[in-house]
Unconditional design. Sequence first.
Length: 53
Amino acid sequence: MVAGKSNKEIGVALGVTEGTVKVHVSHVLQKLKASGRAEAISLAFKRGVARLD
């Protein structure tokens, strides 16, 4: 998500279905109490959970 990949692109990279990625993304949004992907990414950076290499 942080790299701007779509659910489909993430699924291909991880070898899972797009549906599986959607479920996991929704869980991430819930756990971070974020209203969308952009907010989740911002919160993840602020909390030190994500980084760009």
